[in-house]
Design a protein around this ligand. Sequence first.
Ligand SMILES: [Cu+2]
Length: 189
Amino acid sequence: MTDTTPADGPSAPGRTPASGTPANDVSADNIPAPDSSTTTLGVPADGTTSARSTGKRRFLSTVLSLALLAGLALWIFWPRDAGGPAVLHNGTAAYQIKLTLHSPKRGTSPVTVHVTDRQGKPAALTTVSVEPVMPHMGHAAAPATAVAGAPGLYRADNVRFFMAGAWEITVVLRGPTGTDQAVFPVLVT
Ligand SMILES: [Cu+2]
């Protein structure tokens, strides 16, 4: 059987496509600078409006985008759960500590401190106290002594976070090996 299919060669071009660059070459210098008084997103104009402003604008918007992303990440990953308790982990040379702030809202909240030694066994401590401060504002709330419950579990019922914002809870552990402390940052809403 003979193959009658004609060779499927490329169709001969009737004409070559028009060559040459179109006359719409837009260089950065030809872009008119937008009115900086209306389009800046809260970024103060630095006064210089020159041909370099396009690059500067791009740089500023990149910085803005990164700042927004960082803010978003902080908002997402900050240790708090809307409505639920905030659970944080920290440790010292001798102990592992899990702190639960049951209601991370302005007002009073129970704080539970679960302490184990480095092998994971419940720690027997003499006293455990919970000391909330707002380091950026230079004030503190009244420290509370946590009462021992189940082995390794200490609970302070009414720790008072009298304003919303960034708090740091210092947990002070006094036991047979001396005094240890660890700091837990919490966001109170
Ligand atoms: Cu404050």
